[in-house]
Write a new protein. Structure first.
Lengths: 668, 89
């Protein structure tokens, strides 16, 4: 739990004829992290492998499937089984689908552009793109004309028209990606010409002259024949038709496409795998990493499919080698991995601090927010987010734990939405109903305050009153946290560089610590009350000379271990500022409590006005607590994470580990 | 614990001296906060800029941005100390 999974360095070497089978097996086992082969020196005999022949075909198919998925707006979320057919079968089904959808999309784009021309009034301008000139030898008045837009190739259209009616005038232009045409033909072949034009989705331009004079024409006899925006309506209808066809295709094929995407993606990944390997004419070599716990099974499986014709070798990682890091946590602790990942992944050689974050992050969060009501609401929020956003689900588990801790601390502080006391009459009754002993043990002692009786909720500790104790507890938490950090640092360095280094770098700081505690509880009265008494009974029993001696010795060790940085750190009491930083545990919590109390007081004032005050009172309560909860999620989170990243990790954590990515199918 | 409760009651009668102490404590926190704000105003934009280039830098950016926060906390601690001295704690 405190270390990443133990890894073996893996080498597989064998004849090329087995390469495909080995790749297939490794892919389905999904336990090996393959290191990309790269040629270091010219003498090396291995070359980077070539992908399978079919790779290109598969890759193209994958691109087509993905374009279908995105054009049809198909959702890819959730787990699906890969399509249980051959890639060839998928290809056969995808090809016609792809051309159908592509042409529908083109049609939709075409009509959408035409619609835009009408809406933005650029039809007249679009026709200018053709630069029409009228030749004198053409009998225009006796020809029929088609002026407008087509979806397709103008050259092909012209050759088709030429075959039917050689005596024509054909002009064409291009306006904002749409082909414009002006076609003049003799009236004889009208029907056939129009049939061809239909194939090209010809859309006549609404006569701009009619449009400009529409109002004049409307008052004349026969105005019923003048239709304004007729072509716009046609375009809109066509768009709607295409959309409904696309929707039907989506409905019929989305399952197939999602499954096919997965299957083909897997095939492409396998087909590209040789790019990671080293190969010669007849052999292949694979280098990578495998977790020790999976190594046995890997060896058995690969030997079985290759009948032992392939060499498999496991080696312990050499010193200084970059070993990929796979976490090794039980499920509850796993939810804190994203918080660590946000900073950096631990490296293979050091202690993985996720478990410590699991212990302390919820405590810090709860200590700061500490309110039963807020805890319940934030828990509801986190559970909702977890359900709605599957990607964040792991991290939300961590936050739910933080909410639970908030509720527990809320009970300790006796805070419910910032309320700490029963209403006066109710309190009297409740107090009367409870036996004295029970009330005593939950600190339920009524007292007078400004002429009112206060009946506190059951609690152990009112943090708004005992500021000094709250501060002392925060500081003690800080000292403990930093001590844990220093000890982990000591273990890390001891393991990797030996005891002496560990003593210089971390042991020195551990020796400085008693001095800090002495200063904080004496000359600088930060730690007071019970906590101070506890310290005086234990660590402060040491004579001052011993504490000072340890301090000097520690300082010397630190300076020896860390050099110039050490000098600066000792001189400016960096350890002291680290410890004092934990005062934020008190400060952030008090700020949130004070805000809640202010909101409640304001609302209470409103309620006291009687009926008029109810609506503003409720509004103040809702708005105030909403803001406070939003802040109550953000700031305890940031401060808690900061205490881990800066104060805690600063004592031992290096990070920079390489992610262990297995060769095989992944949902990402 | 009892002394603190009674201390809270005593705070009601305010003298000029108490007022000055309160102002002193407020200045400690307030000026500390100003300093933290000034420092963060330089670090924040740089961190966001770095994050825009490389998203993985979020953690490091956050870390660098919150480092000056300690200034306010020290201000707060000093404020509490001042109040403590004033009330004889």
């Amino acid at each position: 739990m405190l270390r990443p999974q133990e890894m073996y360095k893996l080498t597989i070497f064998g004849p090329k004829t087995y390469m495909k089978r080995v790749i297939e097996e490794l892919y389905s086992m999904n336990v090996v992290h393959i290191e990309d082969y790269s040629k270091q020196t010219e003498e090396e005999v291995f070359e980077i492998g070539e992908p399978y022949e079919e790779n290109e075909k598969y890759a193209e198919l994958l691109v087509n499937i993905r374009s279908l998925v995105s054009n049809l707006n198909i959702e890819m979320a959730g787990y699906v089984e890969p399509r249980d057919t051959s890639v060839e079968a998928i290809m056969q089904k995808t090809e016609p689908l792809f051309s159908q959808v592509t042409s529908l999309i083109r049609k939709r784009d075409y009509y959408t552009k035409i619609k835009d021309f009408y809406v933005s009034g650029s039809v007249k301008r679009s026709l200018n793109s053709m630069k029409l000139t009228f030749e004198e030898d053409v009998d225009y008045p006796n020809m029929i004309h088609y002026i407008g837009f087509i979806n397709g190739d103008a050259g092909e259209l012209k050759s088709e028209v030429d075959k039917l009616a050689a005596n024509n005038v054909f002009k064409t232009g291009n306006f904002e990606g749409v082909r414009t045409i002006a076609l003049f033909v003799e009236p004889g072949k009208k029907d056939k010409i129009e049939k061809i034009l239909e194939d090209y989705e010809f859309s006549p331009a609404d006569n701009p002259v009619v449009k400009d004079h529409y109002l004049d024409l409307k008052s004349k006899p026969g105005h019923k024949f003048v239709k304004l925006n007729h072509e716009l309506e046609v375009a809109e209808k066509k768009i709607a038709k295409v959309e409904s066809e696309l929707a039907k295709i989506k409905q019929d094929n989305s399952k197939f496409l999602v499954e096919a995407e997965k299957k083909v993606r897997m095939e492409v990944e396998k087909a590209e795998a040789p790019l990671k390997l080293g190969t010669t004419k007849n052999t292949f070599m694979l280098k990578g990493w495998v977790a020790v716990k999976n190594s046995k099974k890997l060896k058995v499986n690969v030997e079985q499919i290759t009948k032992g014709k392939v060499l498999i070798r496991f080696d312990k990682p050499a010193k200084g080698e970059q070993v990929p890091v796979a976490y090794n946590h039980p499920k509850v602790v796993k939810s804190f991995e994203p918080l660590l990942e946000l900073y950096t992944r631990p490296n293979y050689k050091e202690i993985d601090p996720t478990f410590f974050m699991f212990l302390t992050f919820p405590i810090f969060f709860g200590f700061m927010l500490g309110d039963v009501g807020y805890g319940l609401i934030t828990m509801a929020i986190f559970l909702t987010v977890k359900k709605k956003v599957p990607a964040a689900s792991k991290m939300m588990n961590a936050f739910v734990l933080a909410s639970i801790s908030t509720i527990i601390f809320g009970m300790v502080y006796g805070e419910y939405f910032g309320l700490e006391y029963f209403p006066e009459n109710m309190g009297e009754q409740v107090y009367a109903a409870l036996p004295e002993g029970l009330r005593q043990s939950f600190n339920m002692v009524a007292y007078e305050h400004h002429g009112h009786m206060n009946y506190p909720f059951p609690h152990f500790f009112h943090r708004g009153v005992y500021l000094g104790d709250l501060l002392s507890i925060s500081i003690i938490i800080g000292i403990t946290h930093i001590l844990i950090g220093l000890i982990i640092g000591f273990i890390n360095i001891n393991r990797n560089h030996g005891f002496l280094h560990a003593l210089y770098e971390k042991g020195g700081w551990l020796m400085i610590m008693p001095m800090m505690i002495f200063i904080l509880s004496g000359p600088l009265p930060i730690i007071t009350g019970t906590i101070k008494e506890m310290l005086q009974a234990t660590i402060l029993q040491l004579p001052i000379a011993a504490i000072a001696g340890l301090f000097v010795l520690g300082a010397i060790l630190v300076v020896k271990g860390e050099g110039v940085t050490g000098v600066i750190e000792v001189m400016f009491f960096s350890l002291m500022s680290n410890i004092l930083s934990y005062a934020r545990l008190m400060a952030v919590g008090l700020a949130s409590l004070s805000l809640a109390v202010v909101v409640n007081d304001l609302a209470g004032g409103m309620f006291a006005l009687g009926l008029v005050g109810i609506i503003p009172g409720v509004l103040i309560l809702v708005a105030g607590h909403t803001i406070n909860i939003a802040l109550g999620i953000l700031s305890p989170f940031l401060h808690s994470i900061r205490l881990h990243y800066v104060e805690f990790f600063g004592k031992f954590y290096k990070g920079g580990g390489k992610k262990y990515t297995t060769f095989g199918y992944s949902e990402e | 614990l009892d002394t603190q409760k009674s201390r809270r009651k005593k705070m009601v009668d305010i003298t000029v001296g108490t007022g000055l102490v309160a102002i002193g404590a407020a200045l400690a926190v307030g000026i500390g906060a100003l300093g933290a704000g000034l420092a963060m105003s330089g670090i924040g934009p740089a961190a966001v800029g770095a994050m825009a280039e490389k998203e993985e830098l979020f953690g490091k950016g956050l870390l660098l941005t919150v480092i000056p926060e300690s200034l306010v906390i020290f201000g707060l601690v000093v404020g509490i100390l001042i109040l403590g001295i004033a009330t004889g704690g």
